[in-house]
Design a protein around this ligand. Sequence first.
Ligand code: SAH
Length: 230
Amino acid sequence: MRILSFILLSLLLLSEQQEDAHLTRERTRMVQTQIVARGITDPATLRAIGRVPRHLFVPAAQAADAYSDRPLPIGYSQTISQPFIVAYMTELVRPAKWKKALEIGTGSGYQAAVLAEIIDSVYTIEIVPGLALEATARLKMLGYKNIVTRHGDGYMGWPERAPFDIILVTAAADHIPEPLKDQLAEGGRLVMPVGDPATAQQLIVLTKRKGKITEQRLEPVRFVPLKRLK
Ligand code: SAH
């Protein structure tokens, strides 16, 4: 009996190891075919995307598709962005270890985890209480000690922790919230999808130099709308 349970346990561990190896291979392939192939070159971004277990950030029913080239539903009518978009936005904010980053729209916590692989100090705000709770538990379970999560309206930013070298907004609005511009540090970069939240948006990069903000317009994108607390 004891031998039988030993054999069963060994088989179980072996199949788990094979599953892990399979997912790691899928992730490596995703980085090559979806991200490197489309022109992302920042080594820190590529390393981060290659490390974060995306399959643990999606509902179990979606895990088999975690490394496919598209956004996925995460419940509460929200989505986790396509891997390429996460990589593209990560590269755009120019992440570095010493910087302080604020993300608006925690969702699954995936983008925050990718930032936290590179940056020492990541803050993230989510407006849907269920998602905020789930992401907080997930990030803790995965051992990310450099991410501080909060439930609330990201439109107002996080004044107590400002200024931020990086502000990354992962939900769309027809303008960039004034409080976020104010909370951008000197030399900082803010990236946000701006346009009609119901149809198409464009990625905007703001840079603050000597207190002056300059704007750069990039690719067309599609994000879920930035909500407001009533
Ligand atoms: N970055 C996420 C995906 C973003 S989806 C990830 O990696 O999984 C956009 C998220 O923004 C949703 O979870 C949505 O609930 C949240 N959101 C919308 N409006 C918000 C607001 N005003 N403040 C904070 N979060 C908001």
